[in-house]
Design a protein around this ligand. Structure first.
Ligand code: GLU
Length: 415
C-alpha cells in the first residue's frame, strides 16, 4: 500500500474546490467530513467451525441531494479513512452526474481470495444485520465494489428483506437480473469511461482507434477491454496487468480471449501469445488511452514522469495522487477524472433504483441511450468548468460536484 492517506487526499480536493467557489467556513467544514459513520464488529462462522471477528464500516458522507449511494468493498487493506475517502468521492460523483443521490461507501476488512462462498455469504449477511436499520431505498443504497459482485448483493438484499419482512429489491443495486437487477449494469462503469474517451477524442481531434492499455483487470478493467472496441469501433489493446503481474503484446491482445483466460485461471498472467512485463510498467507505455482500473494512488510521484498516454481515463476511484495530478496536467495529458470517468456504474445503479421502484424494466438499448446522455452531458459540463475556472480536470469536476452539494445543503438550511 502506498503512504498516501486517501481521506486526506479527498479532503484536500474538497478544500481546493471550496476555495474556487468561495464557500463559507461552515459549508466547507460540513463538506470536509462524513455526516454519519457506522463501525461494527461481526462474528462470522468459518468453514472450520471457528468463529472469526471481522471489522465492517458503512459511511454516509453526504445525503443532501438524496439517499447515500455507493459500493461495499471487501479488502484486506480497508481502513476507516479509505472508506471515508471513497464515500466522499461517491458524493462528488453522483453530483457531477446530477443524480438525485448522495454519497456513501462500505467495507469489510477481509480477503475474499482466501474464503469460500459460504464464508462470503456469512459475512455478507452479518454485514446487513449490522446496518439494516441505517440503510434502505430512501436512506442509503449499497452496490458492489472491489471483490464484491451481484451474488454478494443478492445475499445482502435477501437478508435485508428477511429482517424487515418487506419486498424492497431497490435497497441494493447491481443485483442479478432475475431478482430486480437491470440490463446494462455489469459493464456500466467501463461503458461510462469509454463514452468519456469517445468525447475526449472529439475534443482533442485524435483518432479513437489507437492503442490502449489497462491497469487492473477486475470487473471495470475486463469490461473496458470489451466495450472500448465495441463502442469506438476499434482500438488495439496492447498491455494489461492485475494483482499478479502484467502482460504485453505490441500486435494486440484479443479482449474476449483474455477475459476468458482471466476467468479460468484467476489472472492475466500466462495469456498465450503475450510477453510478461512488470505490473507497473503498464502505466508507462506509449499508448493513446490508458485506463487505470485498480486501486487508489497508482499514479504517483514515483511513476508520473514516465506516463505518456494521451488520454487517461480513470475507471478506479482515486488512482492519481494530487502531486501527480499537477504533473499530468503540466505534461499536457488529458485526464478524465475518476468522479466522471467511473460514474457509469452508479448512473445505471440509479436507473436500477428507478426501475425497482416501479417494478417496470427497461431494455438494454434504453439503458445504454440514457447512460450515454448522462455521461456525455457531464463530460462537457466538466470541460466547460475547465475553461471557465482555468483549472485542471479533476479540480473542475470537483468544483461542479461540490457546488451542487453545497447548494443543496444551503437550500435545506443546514448552513
Ligand atoms: N462501486 C461503484 C463505484 O465506485 C458503484 C457504486 C454504485 O453503483 O452505487 O462507483
Amino acid at each position: 500500500m502506498s503512504s498516501y492517506n486517501s481521506f486526506e487526499v479527498e479532503q484536500q480536493q474538497v478544500l481546493e474546490a471550496a476555495k474556487i467557489l468561495n464557500l463559507d467556513k461552515a459549508t466547507c467544514e460540513l463538506l470536509l467530513w462524513p455526516q454519519r459513520e457506522f463501525k461494527f464488529t461481526m462474528p462470522v462462522k468459518m468453514d472450520n467451525g471457528e468463529v472469526k471477528m471481522f471489522h465492517g464500516y458503512r459511511i454516509q458522507y453526504n445525503y443532501a441531494r438524496g439517499p447515500a449511494k455507493g459500493g461495499i468493498r471487501f479488502h484486506p487493506d480497508e481502513t476507516v479513512d479509505t472508506i471515508r475517502a471513497l464515500a466522499g468521492w461517491m458524493t462528488w460523483k453522483t453530483a457531477v452526474l446530477d443524480l438525485p443521490l448522495g454519497g456513501g461507501k462500505g467495507g469489510v476488512v477481509c480477503d475474499p481470495r482466501n474464503m469460500s462462498d459460504r464464508e462470503l455469504e456469512n459475512i455478507s449477511r452479518a454485514y446487513v444485520r449490522a446496518v439494516a436499520q441505517y440503510i434502505g431505498v430512501d436512506k442509503d443504497v449499497p452496490a458492489p465494489d472491489v471483490y464484491t459482485n451481484p451474488q454478494t448483493m443478492a445475499w445482502m438484499m435477501d437478508e435485508y428483506e428477511t429482517i424487515l419482512n418487506v419486498h424492497q429489491p431497490g435497497v441494493m443495486t447491481d443485483k442479478p437480473m432475475q431478482i430486480g437487477g437491470t440490463e446494462g449494469r455489469r459493464d456500466a462503469t467501463a461503458r461510462g469511461g469509454v463514452i468519456c474517451v469517445r468525447e475526449a477524442c472529439k475534443v482533442l481531434g485524435v483518432d479513437p482507434h489507437g492503442t490502449f492499455a489497462i491497469q487492473g483487470f477486475g470487473n471495470a478493467g475486463q469490461r473496458a477491454a470489451l466495450v472500448h472496441q465495441e463502442l469506438l469501433g476499434g482500438g488495439k489493446l496492447i498491455a494489461v496487468c492485475d494483482s499478479r503481474g502484467g502482460i504485453h503484446n505490441p500486435d494486440g491482445l484479443n479482449p474476449k480471449d483474455l477475459v476468458m483466460h482471466k476467468l479460468k485461471t484467476g489472472s492475466v498472467v500466462g495469456f498465450p501469445g503475450s510477453n510478461p512485463i512488470a505490473r507497473d510498467s503498464v502505466l508507462e507505455l506509449d499508448v493513446q488511452v490508458l485506463y487505470p482500473a485498480a486501486l487508489e494512488n497508482s499514479i504517483n510521484q514515483n511513476n508520473v514522469s514516465a506516463i505518456k498516454a494521451r488520454v487517461i481515463c480513470e475507471l478506479a476511484n482515486g488512482p492519481t495522487t494530487p502531486d501527480a495530478d499537477i504533473i499530468l496536467h503540466k505534461k499536457g495529458l488529458h485526464v478524465i477524472p475518476d468522479i466522471l470517468a467511473s460514474a457509469g456504474g452508479v448512473t445505471v445503479s440509479y436507473f436500477e433504483m428507478v426501475q425497482d421502484k416501479y417494478s417496470f424494466f427497461w431494455n438494454e438499448k434504453v439503458v445504454h441511450t440514457r447512460l450515454d446522455e448522462k455521461i456525455s452531458k457531464a463530460y462537457h459540463t466538466v470541460q466547460e468548468a475547465i475553461k471557465e475556472k482555468k483549472v485542471h480536470p479533476r479540480l473542475a469536476a470537483m468544483v461542479v460536484g461540490v457546488a451542487r452539494v453545497a447548494e443543496a445543503c444551503k437550500l435545506r438550511g443546514w448552513v
